[in-house]
Design a protein around this ligand. Sequence first.
Ligand code: ADP
Ligand code: MG
Length: 289
Amino acid sequence: MFRATAETDRLDNETTLVAGAGRPSIRVHLRGLRVTEGHLKGCTRMAIPGSETESKIVTLRAEGLTKIYRTGEVEVKALNDVDLDLYAGEMVVLLGQSGSGKSTLLNILGGLDTPTHGQVFFQDQDITATDDTKLTGYRRDYVGFVFQFYNLIASLTARENVALVTEIAEDPLDPVEALKIVGLGERVDHFPAQLSGGEQQRVAIARAIAKQPAILLCDEPTGALDSKTGIVVLEAIERVNKELGTTTAIITHNSVTAGKADRVIYLGDGRITRIEENAERRPARELKW
Ligand SMILES: Nc1ncnc2c1ncn2[C@@H]1O[C@H](COP(=O)(O)OP(=O)(O)O)[C@@H](O)[C@H]1O
Ligand SMILES: [Mg+2]
């Protein structure tokens, strides 16, 4: 059982979040104000109705992440003592020059790679200390990945590509529902070859989110697309973040996304050099449950 108590400066009464193991569900008590119940894998952002105050729940915490790659005599420190919290429901953009460690960080956060030193906590579990089976379970149940290349199966339709994932997921969205969220409700029976690059990438996003992951990690999802198509793809990711409340991290060079993210995290030489909070971030009262 996972239990977290959020602190606010507005409430005298307790504010409690409870998420059960296995099939986490959330119960938020704002005694005297409002009781809201929801259900999400992981957690969700809590907002005090009518208040600017907003308590942030940490979904993913990285502490002292260092990654050293050794190839023969050559040693590369891809990450150097990185600390980072990802808050439930937020959208962050990772920016940095090529080779600054962005992919390495994303892969470690998503359990695709392990750090040389340091830890990653998902909810209160240290995923870096778990064995391979548990790490696979973490990836399978809680993390959705989107990469630059779509990796769709050419002989399957959009709906069937998404269904490959939903068939093994615990509480999936209907594949058509997932495709609608990314704006492809009219393309469900198209094969990849009958779709544009941007549409194929949106199928890949639908596939990543159809299992309702707690975290969506996107590594240069628009890297192979022209800027106009890239924006459509980024809007699809933004819609997922808003409608499903999925904690989202995107590596991108697109300044439009950087402007819409809650936070922009700059990496240089394997370190976080700066974190900016966007002024454009929506105030708590506009958050929908
Ligand atoms: N599997 C690997 N083996 C050796 N070096 C690697 C490996 N993956 C990444 N690197 C090195 O680590 C550094 C960071 O890489 P990466 O995280 O891919 O950066 P970015 O995504 O910001 O371009 C680079 O210098 C890269 O060459
Ligand atoms: Mg990269």
